[in-house]
Design a protein around this ligand. Structure first.
Ligand SMILES: Nc1nc2c(ncn2[C@@H]2O[C@H](COP(=O)(O)OP(=O)(O)O)[C@@H](O)[C@H]2O)c(=O)[nH]1
Ligand SMILES: [Mg+2]
Length: 396
């Protein structure tokens, strides 16, 4: 896999009125004519993401949105799409022009503030005014932040904007959580048990394995990889037992049975539940599985709308395990993609997929929603680990 998936990119989203120059600015920032630009209000009809590397920030996803002031029935639908991007934006850019009273921008900024999304204010179209400084001051008075002055059309101020974005976004990046680093020290040996069964993709490793390996190398650890069958041989090739063993959950019992007592044990799903979500809430919520009975209602939420592999976990394996536990036909509802309900109160438990297609912010927003509504929420890996009795035996 040579390309960073969007879920691992910092999500920077451009908001503003129609015609403020959001699409033009996206093109100027990425140096591509990726987004359609026109003087016709409402040209951008869907949020469009463009991947780019920003020096000092790393892999980013810049998202262009339809104007938040879009009108009519179609406009309403577009605004709804724009609203949905609020769930995954790490950083927002508010694209303004020198004219207008900024009341719409301020209202939108309020929504961003409610969600804790930092907003970088940008004053576009400064080529149209005699005194950009005065125009900036007027916007600053309204929004309380000195905007970055640019002209997307003439490509003025783009480097300055990237510089501002770099320092500004560091706040959001600091929020990132490591995968395995917190469990190891420099020089530790770590054994990774990775079954390569027929479900594994051909010719490559899956992303959690690759990412874990990369972090171990960055942490100056020695990483030794093996399959379940090769584990004993791997252990005997070492002069001291590994500090940590990370296994695929499905091999947990076998790995536990032959692990040296000194080695700590964890699983990829547990590491990624922590990396991607709120492990404390997930673990506490998984214990609520014990309270489920035949009258309970469980919501299973998948990030992807078409993922055959997770489909059979979400639609077959998990419901079966839950029904066995609950001792009856408990009600299971499966939703996918954007169809996560606003109201979670009908459910006794939410079980989310591993969300490899979502960024951390998106998952945390869903967890925050469940928390606010007093509904327990866990994920596939943690729920299965709990039902298999693994959860109390792993280090997190
Ligand atoms: N003069 C000037 N026009 C611009 C600038 N940026 C965008 N425009 C024009 O404004 C119109 C709307 O731009 P667009 O990027 O489609 O706006 P969006 O609706 O916010 O995506 C187009 O005609 C652009 O050429 C700028 O910096 N200066
Ligand atoms: Mg546009």
């Amino acid at each position: 896999m040579n390309v960073t998936p969007n879920s691992n990119r910092l999500h920077i989203t451009l908001y503003g009125r129609r015609n403020s120059g959001k699409s033009s600015l996206l093109n100027a920032l990425t140096g591509q004519e990726a987004a359609v630009v026109s003087p016709v209000a409402g040209t951008t009809t869907d949020p469009v993401g463009r991947a780019m590397e920003i020096m000092g920030l790393g892999p980013c996803l810049l998202t262009d949105t339809p104007g938040f002031d879009d009108e009519g029935q179609l406009g309403g639908l577009r605004t709804r799409e724009t609203r949905l991007t609020l769930e995954r934006a790490d950083v927002a850019m508010m694209v303004c022009t020198p004219t207008g009273d900024y009341s719409g921008e301020l209202q939108w900024a309020e929504l961003l503030r409610d969600r804790g999304i930092p907003v970088l204010w940008v004053l576009n179209k400064v080529d149209l005014v005699h005194d950009p400084c005065q125009a900036s001051s007027r916007l600053e008075e309204a929004c309380g932040q000195r905007p970055v002055e640019v002209s997307a059309l003439r490509r003025w101020g783009i480097d300055r904007l990237l510089e501002a974005l770099r320092s500004f976004a560091c706040e959001a990046v600091a929020d990132e959580v490591d995968i395995v680093r917190h469990l190891v020290a420099e020089g530790d040996t770590v054994l990774l048990v990775m079954p390569q069964d027929p479900q594994a993709p051909r010719g490559r490793l899956i992303l959690p394995q690759v990412q874990t390996l990369r972090e171990l190398l960055d942490a100056r650890c020695l990483a030794l990889c093996c399959t379940v069958e090769g584990m004993r041989q791997a252990l005997s090739s070492l002069s001291v037992p590994p500090k940590l063993i990370v296994t695929d959950s499905q091999a947990f019992a076998e790995v536990k049975a032959c692990k040296p007592p000194e080695s700590r044990l964890t699983s990829f799903s547990v590491l990624f539940a922590r990396h991607k979500g709120d492990i404390g809430y997930y673990m506490a919520s998984a214990r609520r599985i014990d309270e489920l009975g035949p009258a309970s209602h469980v919501l299973i939420a998948e990030a992807c709308t078409h993922a055959p592999a997770s489909e059979d976990i979400g639609r077959v394996k998990l419901p079966r395990l839950l029904r066995q536990r609950a001792g009856g036909e408990l009600c299971v509802t499966v939703v996918a993609g954007k169809d996560f309900p606003d109201d979670l109160s009908p459910y006794d438990l939410v079980i989310h997929c591993g969300a490899c297609m979502f960024n951390r912010r998106h998952v945390l927003n869903r967890i925050a929603q469940a928390r606010r509504q007093g509904v327990p929420m866990t994920n596939y890996g943690i729920a299965i680990a709990y039902m298999k009795g693994i959860l109390d035996e792993v280090c997190v």
